[in-house]
Design a protein around this ligand. Sequence first.
Ligand code: KIV
Ligand code: ZN
Length: 527
Amino acid sequence: MNSDHDVSAQPMPDADRVRIFDTTLRDGEQAPGFSMDRRAKLRMAQALEALGVDVLEAGFPQASPDDFAAVAEIARTLKTTTVCGLARCQTGDIEAAGRALEQAQHARIHLFLSTSPLHRQHKLNMSRAQVLDTAVAAIERARGLCHEVEFSAEDALRTEPEFLVEVFSAAVAAGATTLNAPDTVGYTTPAEVVELFEYLRRHVRGAERVIFSAHCHDDLGMAVANSLAAVSAGARQVECTINGIGERAGNAALEEVVMALKVRAPHFGVDTRIDTRKLFPTSRLLTQLTGQAVPRNKAIVGDNAFAHESGIHQHGMLKHRGTYEIMRPQDVGIAETRLVLGKHSGRAALRQRLQTLGHTPDDAALDELFARFKTLADRKREIHDEDLQALALGHDPDALGPWRIVQLTSATHLGGSASASVRLAHTDGHESSEAAIGDGPVDAVLRAIERAAGHRLQLTDFSVRSVSEGGDAQGHAQLTARHAGRDWRGHGVSTDIVEATALAALDIVNRIERQTPAAQPAVVATS
Ligand code: KIV
Ligand code: ZN
């Protein structure tokens, strides 16, 4: 056993602060429908750092070269937040995590190994002793590479408590600095969570030198309640995700955990470092980057979370807000009055509104955004926050290219068929024009873009939804297409849904070319 580390030199955990460990980019991103490319991950990571998360799990470096590159880029970029990489208790994983985190200001390797009887027998085919030895060897190896090592006993809540104590005690002795007891399958009740965490804190040897962490899944809708139960039993780290995204039913929603701890501070007696006024903008950023909206009635960040519809409630609210409101919308970053901008709005109003939404463009970027805002305002009477988010994200020069649309026309013909023609310009200077016939305008435009860019796209999913209100609302088109054995997702926003679809298809071909620069455009057969 490695003895050249001194766990007693770890700073003592300050008792009243709960660390927020965000796993939106790992547990969240691995869920179907939530994948993000590297630029989106970096953007999200920067927003999470601004939000004030203590630890950001950036990915699983050994999972793929893309994951490795994303973790390394986030590690290089973030300044104050601890960047964490996930690893199985295997040498290759640990070394990959160590390399990906090399340039981080503050780094953590997160090791996991199943401990429950079900997993030991059917997943690992390991005895208790083998699990214990594997965990200890991995922690020692990780400690040789990184000062902070978290050990997660996967499926901890279905593990024999006395075996969990044995594993965790060995983990502390081997140098783990955080012990995580995940409810991997979202099976446990709050009372059981309290019982287990109290038991662990009483019996694990060295418990006073480490931080206990909760990581709860939402299969029975108890992830947030279970995380809060763990806090009340002494856990001082909660693992969670923005909007509660994650495997299956998801993880505990960060915004719900944080606001419960804040609104019920006298009850919990703990605090976090989260700037709660950034919760709403961060949530909206994630929905824009993934194209997955939250339900209207979602706690804290849903459209209805602060809306009062019934007459009795409105009457009560006018007499005293406290009758029906336990927190103020502005506490979570929702402006009290939903300012709607229009074509007479000026630069200052646009800048102020963008700042509220979490965007801080410099003067040059604001000039460019303002020009695009005016173009949009000519087509659309009212510009809502959702429109501005779309505008601000679309503005990101890194997210653009190499292709852009120079011209697009489409026509629908009686009997159901449609035709479209596009002219695309590439950053290398050449242009490509193509036309296609399709079953409808969406199909036709997709075929035309596919041919012009030279990448075959097999459409597997398509949806359009309105991003704001009113008949002139912008449509958000989301496409998923299969190309070279991978699913690619693209988004586009416009007041015209055919144009939104074209932008989404272009987003896909641009992602393909950016992520696989050597991708040679293929000649696409005429259909
Ligand atoms: O749910 C789980 O057990 C996990 C571990 C990797 C921490 O995500
Ligand atoms: Zn998980």
